[in-house]
Design a protein around this ligand. Structure first.
Ligand SMILES: C[S@@+](CC[C@H](N)C(=O)[O-])C[C@H]1O[C@@H](n2cnc3c(N)ncnc32)[C@H](O)[C@@H]1O
Length: 246
């Protein structure tokens, strides 16, 4: 194993990627299905405005802003200063009253305030490098009032292994998928970054939910922009956990 890195050295490794990407993040194909994802989630979580919703790892705010446009009372948190700046700028342009906070999910302490929490596309849970996920999951669960609902998507370990590419390495000890990827900034300038995505099984998500005192309603197999109520297969990129606080 010498010379092979299996975990990021820096717990905030994604901040550098976000700083470089800036608005180019929203050019990624996986960000194009926001409205479909929100439509599905509102039905699955039985949410109606003006419910109070927390978006954990909100990035530049695509779900947070979409929810605010529909009349929800939204708080978005993210560690990346650049993504929070972009989210605030977009909210300001549209006159949306979204609360956007620069915060490490490891320090989340909004206890019992929310009707729902969403944590999507790894947002603040799947980029922790194979450390602290149980504690962070507990903190996210604790933000919910009794009866409050959670939707959390996580990269599927089954998909990662079945579709492992030559440029990727999967560490079975931590469940972290490591990839050296070339990304483009808003001007098309390219740079290579290490990406570390923690992968999960259905069972792990169910156990994390149970440990955090949540009742699991479903774990669906989904692909960004194509959220549906369907059992996970080996070809679904992500697992979508739906749970509630009893
Ligand atoms: C792939 S992006 C997803 C963003 C957004 N949820 C979406 O669907 O577009 C993952 C986000 O998690 C954030 N993140 C990573 N580690 C975090 C941490 N420790 N605390 C808070 N946010 C974190 C990143 O800054 C990034 O915005």
């Amino acid at each position: 194993m010498s010379g092979v890195e299996h975990q990021p050295g820096d717990p905030y490794w994604f901040d550098g990627v976000a700083q470089f990407l800036g608005t180019a993040y929203l050019r990624n194909a996986f960000t194009k299905g926001t409205e479909q994802e929100v439509d599905f989630l509102l039905g699955a979580l039985a949410l109606e405005p003006p419910a109070r919703v927390l978006d954990v790892g909100c990035g530049p705010g695509r779900h947070a802003l979409a929810l605010a446009r529909r009349g929800f009372d939204v708080v978005g948190v993210d560690h990346s200063p650049e993504f929070i700046r972009l989210a605030r700028e977009a909210a300001g342009r549209e006159g949306l009253a979204v609360e956007l906070e620069e915060l490490d999910v490891r320090e989340l302490d909004h206890t019992g305030e929310f009707d729902a929490a969403v944590c999507l596309c790894q947002g603040g849970f799947g980029l922790l490098g194979g450390r602290d996920e149980d504690e962070v999951f507990g903190r996210i669960a604790a933000t919910l009032r009794r009866g409050g609902r959670l939707a959390l998507s996580a990269f599927s370990a089954a998909f990662a292994l079945r579709h492992l590419e030559a440029t990727e390495e999967y560490d079975p000890a931590t469940g972290v998928l490591h990839e050296r990827a070339t990304v483009r900034d808003p001007h098309g300038v390219e740079a290579a970054f290490d990406l570390w995505t923690t992968c999960f099984t259905v069972r792990e998500l169910e156990l994390l939910a149970a440990m955090a005192g949540l009742t699991v309603d479903a774990v669906h197999g989904v692909t960004p922009g194509a959220y549906r109520a369907q059992p996970p297969t080996l070809d679904h990129h992500e697992l979508l956990l739906l749970a509630h606080r009893p």
